[in-house]
Structures are given as structure tokens and as C-alpha cells.
Design a protein around this ligand. Structure first.
Ligand code: NAG
Ligand code: NAG
Ligand code: NAG
Ligand code: NAG
Ligand code: NAG
Ligand code: NAG
Ligand code: NAG
Ligand code: NAG
Length: 469
């Protein structure tokens, strides 16, 4: 490799600023090269641990990224010099200067090629810095064999090499980290022909989500729809009427129609909310008429909607129902001109389709996920039949803090018929007390059906203002 005589070639004072720029670039190079050596040496002397590998890989990636940046800058400079050389008063200098730059470029590229890496090809590559790390063999992308997953996971640098309107240099599509533990299932899920009809695999998708592969990757195939979709009933009819059976794909459910789901029969394939599809007799009175567990003692954990809304007259407008159900809470709240989004997954029955066909907004969301709402926005969160005595205490904490995040100051948390073992009650109540909310309602009563071993808990709590700067 030819060593350019820098000082001779840059004999004119006009070149000095550019000279300093290039010198600066060299400085950076030497610095990162040293850094890289340091990490390499360290990993030679210290037994190879996971940490060292990570450090070394990261250092290598950084070196590579920096070198790429230097290369790109020099290339830019070369094209600028070439462009202006036609107009410059000293064409001789300009051509000398660009030759010098080309030399430097050659040196740096050969240096990059000698970096220990799987892809040092030495050819001129202009790669967006954000796209670099994903090319390494130990990156998530390379963990999967299905091309569609790899394509989805790759960071997509913005075209034109500029930041997009969101201030990011690229788009970062993500999947839940548990996807890596469920590689086979995910690969099955992502095995399709682009542009074709997807497999009928919502169940596989839901299983992946429930087990933490959440979010799932997007797919580039057309999801299956019911064979004959009949337009939904108008809203004045749809709310309290069983929808058209043809509007649901029934594969994967034990019942094959809504009548079966509404019937009081066993073996419907789900147990929570077994009566929730019986709109007329089971759903109608909910949150309007309390059900007394022991009518002689007026014992109930049901609060009725007018009673709860009276706590904050006119203030409750939007909210979330995080429950297992068919949207009846949203239906009742609609009568009070309150918009409720109903979050549920399809546990053994087409809950989401049912909610949508009744005319409400279904949110297909697992408990694994942070709520997709911004801080301090919702007026109300209602929950029933979902968080119960099965839930881990730490998880409950995370869930409650997340709910607290999205509730606005003065918003209400309505815990509806939470049940658990008697001996666990105090621990669960601690979690709710930890929020330090104002207690408007707070009821604990024994659940009479299971040998008095379980208890019900209901509460309406108000998020306090937190006027901290
Ligand atoms: C040279 O300069 C003239 C005017 O200053 C400009 O119109 C022209 O585009 C320039 N050409 C190049 C190659 O920069
Ligand atoms: C995004 O690109 C711009 C210039 O293109 C750069 O200044 C910035 O550091 C980049 N941001 C990140 C996070 O890489
Ligand atoms: C629903 O509304 C439509 C018009 O908006 C009306 O024709 C129809 O009779 C209504 N149905 C019921 C059950 O009220
Ligand atoms: C509904 O499905 C059940 C079996 O799941 C079947 O016995 C019944 O005939 C069906 N009813 C209608 C109206 O299709
Ligand atoms: C709903 O339940 C009631 C009482 O259990 C029953 O009489 C009615 O037939 C059920 N509705 C449907 C659609 O099965
Ligand atoms: C429906 O079934 C539930 C439990 O499966 C039972 O408690 C209820 O009494 C039944 N209702 C009717 C009307 O049979
Ligand atoms: C139950 O409540 C109703 C109305 O709130 C009241 O009239 C009745 O006396 C109460 N019964 C008992 C046993 O407390
Ligand atoms: C809901 O809004 C409608 C139309 O604005 C109004 O007529 C009705 O009284 C409201 N209902 C309640 C319970 O506020």
C-alpha cells in the first residue's frame, strides 16, 4: 500500500481545514483500533465468559461502525471535491487533494478488511450505521431460519439516509423475547407464501402470545375470514342480540355457533364467564342489578354502574374493561354515554368477534403486555374475572402500577369480584393498598360455594393527584 506524503501533498494553506478533518478522522480510527485491541487482549487473558464475548463483539461492532462513518465521510468529501473542482481557481490543488483522499480511503478500507469479522469483504460499502449491528451472526435475526422472520426483524434504515418524521434513523420492528424460546412454533407461524392466504392458525398465534411471544411479528399473507360475512346488525339491535353465526370462523372452538355458547351446557371449552354469551338472562342485569350471594344478609360484591358513576358525576367518559367477557360492561356504560374499550383474548370462545359484532371496541391484548395507552389518560379501569387468586404477587404489582400509569389523577379503578383463597387475601389486599388510592368502596365477603375457603373482594378506588414536579 502506497504511503502518501501528507505534508507535501497539502502544500497550500487552503487545504488546512480539510487536512485537520482527515487527521481527526485518523485520530478516531486509532482510538477505536486501540479500544478494539484492548478488548481482544482482555478476552485472551480472562477466561472466555459470556460477558467478555459480548464486550468484544460490541467493541468490534463499534469499530466497524466508526470506520464505516469515516469511510462515508471521506467518500462524501471526494464527491464534493470532484464536484467543485471544475469551478475552483486552483484545479491542480483540487485534483491532488482528491487523489490524497482516495489514498486515505484505500488505507482505511484495507484496515476494515483486516478486522476479525465474518463479513470483512473490503469492498466499498455504504451502510446505514443502524443497519450494521443486525448483520452480525450472533444477532437475533440469525437465530431464525425462516426468511420472513429474518426480513421482519432486520432494522429497516430510512431511505435517503435521513431521520424520519418520528426522529428515528430507521424502523425497529420487534417481537417478544420469549419468541426465541418458542422458535419452532414461531417458525411454523411465519411459514407461509407472501401474498397468499395465511394458515388458519389463530390458535397457534394466541398460544405464542400467551407464552410471551408477544408482540408477534407481522405477516405478509391474507388472514382468513368467514366464508360468508353478513353485515352486522345496526347498533340499536346488535347490542343485545346474538350475532350472525356466519360472521365468525368457528375452527378451533368446541361450540360451532352462538346458540351453543349461550346455552347452559357444560363442555363449551371455556369456564371463565361460562354464561357470558347468554345475553338475555345472564348479561342483562349485570352492573344494573346486584346479585346477592346471600340474599338474607344483602351480601354482594356487585356495585351497580349508577352508584359508581355518582362518585364522579359527569367526569367519567372513557375507560378500559380488562376482563373476560362479551362486552356487556361496555354496553351498559354506553347507555351513560361512556366509551369503554374491552380487552380480552379468545379463551375458548370468540370473545373478540362477539364484542365487535355487538358494536364495541375489542382490544386483543394479553396480560403480558404493557397497556397501549399513554400516561394519565383514562378515566376508568374496570376488571373482573381476570385477575384472581392465580396471579403472581409480583406480576400483580407490575399490572397495578401500569394501570396506575394510564389512569388520570381522579380516575377510578374498579376491582370487581376479585376472588382468591382466604389465606392469600391479606397479601393481595396489600397490593391494592400499596397504590394509596382513595377508597370509595371496599368490600370483602366469603365466597359461599367452595367450603368457605375463598373470598371475594371488590373495590372502587380513586387515583390521587400527585403534584410532584
Ligand atoms: C460552477 O459555478 C457556476 C456559477 O458559479 C454554477 O452555475 C455551476 O453549476 C458550477 N458548476 C459546477 C460543476 O459546480
Ligand atoms: C441518526 O442519523 C444521524 C445522521 O444521519 C446521526 O447524526 C444520528 O446520530 C443518528 N442517530 C442514531 C441514534 O444513530
Ligand atoms: C333500529 O334503527 C333503524 C333505523 O335507524 C330502524 O329502522 C329499526 O327499526 C331500529 N330497530 C330497532 C329494533 O329499534
Ligand atoms: C349449534 O351447534 C350445535 C353443536 O355445537 C348443534 O348441535 C346445533 O344444531 C347448532 N345450532 C344451530 C342453530 O346451528
Ligand atoms: C339463557 O339462560 C336462560 C336461563 O338459564 C335460558 O332460559 C335461556 O334459554 C338461555 N338463553 C339461550 C340463548 O340459550
Ligand atoms: C346454568 O349453569 C350454571 C352452572 O353451570 C348453574 O349455576 C345455573 O343454575 C344454570 N342455570 C339454569 C337456568 O339452569
Ligand atoms: C337489603 O337491602 C334492601 C335495600 O337496600 C333493604 O330494604 C333490606 O332491608 C336489606 N335486607 C337486609 C337483610 O339487610
Ligand atoms: C347521552 O347523550 C344523549 C345525547 O347527547 C342524551 O340525550 C342522553 O341523555 C345522555 N345520557 C346520559 C345518561 O347522560
Amino acid at each position: 500500500m502506497r504511503k502518501p506524503n501528507v505534508l507535501v501533498k497539502l502544500g497550500t494553506w487552503r487545504a488546512i481545514p480539510k487536512f485537520f478533518f482527515v487527521l481527526g478522522g485518523f485520530g478516531v480510527l486509532i482510538y477505536v483500533a486501540t479500544l478494539f485491541n484492548f478488548y481482544s487482549l482482555r478476552s485472551l487473558h480472562i477466561p472466555d465468559t459470556f460477558c467478555n464475548n459480548i464486550n468484544q463483539d460490541r467493541a468490534g461492532t463499534e469499530v466497524r461502525a466508526t470506520i464505516d462513518t469515516v469511510i462515508r465521510k471521506i467518500q462524501d468529501e471526494i464527491s464534493t471535491v470532484g464536484y467543485t473542482s471544475a469551478n475552483t481557481s486552483v484545479p491542480e490543488f483540487a485534483s491532488r487533494y482528491s487523489r490524497f483522499l482516495v489514498d486515505i480511503l484505500g488505507l482505511i478500507e484495507s484496515m476494515e478488511a483486516s478486522l476479525p469479522s465474518d463479513q470483512g469483504t473490503g469492498e466499498i460499502r455504504i451502510v446505514h450505521p443502524l443497519a450494521k449491528p443486525k448483520e452480525r451472526s450472533d444477532e437475533p435475526v440469525d437465530y431464525f431460519l425462516i426468511e420472513e422472520i429474518r426480513k421482519y426483524l432486520k432494522i429497516k434504515p430510512n431511505r435517503l439516509g435521513k431521520q424520519n418524521f418520528m426522529g428515528a434513523n430507521g424502523t425497529f420492528t420487534s417481537i417478544g423475547h420469549a419468541c426465541f424460546a418458542m422458535k419452532k412454533d414461531l417458525e411454523e407461524y411465519m411459514d407461509y407464501d407472501v401474498g397468499e392466504i395465511c394458515n388458519d392458525d389463530w390458535k397457534l398465534a394466541q398460544r405464542l402470545m400467551v407464552h410471551g411471544c408477544d408482540p408477534l411479528p407481522r405477516r405478509r399473507c391474507f388472514s382468513r375470514a368467514p366464508q360468508l360475512y353478513h353485515k352486522p346488525f345496526p347498533i340499536n339491535e346488535s347490542i343485545w342480540k346474538l350475532p350472525d353465526d356466519r360472521n365468525v370462523r368457528w375452527g378451533g372452538y368446541r361450540c360451532k355457533n352462538f346458540t351453543c355458547l349461550a346455552r347452559n351446557s357444560t363442555g363449551k371449552g371455556f369456564f371463565k364467564c361460562a354464561d357470558c354469551f347468554n345475553l338475555t338472562s345472564h348479561e342483562m342485569p349485570r352492573w344494573i342489578k346486584p346479585i346477592y350471594i346471600d340474599p338474607n344478609k344483602n351480601l354482594t360484591t356487585d356495585f351497580v354502574i349508577p352508584e359508581v358513576l355518582a362518585i364522579k358525576p359527569g367526569e367519567i367518559r372513557i375507560g378500559l374493561d380488562f376482563s373476560v367477557g362479551t362486552g356487556t360492561f361496555a354496553a351498559r356504560m354506553r347507555e351513560f354515554n361512556i366509551t369503554i374499550i374491552t380487552a380480552t383474548i379468545n379463551l375458548g370462545a370468540p370473545f373478540n368477534e362477539m364484542i365487535a359484532l355487538r358494536g364495541f371496541v375489542p382490544l386483543y391484548l394479553t396480560v403480558n403486555q404493557r397497556l397501549p395507552f399513554f400516561d394519565n389518560t383514562l378515566d376508568l379501569i374496570h376488571t373482573t374475572r381476570f385477575l384472581d387468586g392465580w396471579i403472581d404477587f409480583i406480576l400483580l404489582d407490575f399490572v397495578l402500577y401500569d394501570w396506575d400509569r394510564v389512569l388520570r389523577p381522579g380516575g377510578l379503578l374498579w376491582v370487581d369480584s376479585f376472588f382468591c383463597m382466604k389465606e392469600d387475601l391479606d397479601d393481595y389486599l396489600e397490593s391494592f393498598k400499596m397504590l394509596r388510592y382513595k377508597r370509595h368502596k371496599w368490600v370483602v365477603i366469603p365466597k359461599l360455594d367452595k367450603d368457605n375457603k375463598e373470598v371475594f373482594f371488590s373495590a372502587v378506588l380513586e387515583k390521587p393527584p400527585r403534584p410532584f414536579r
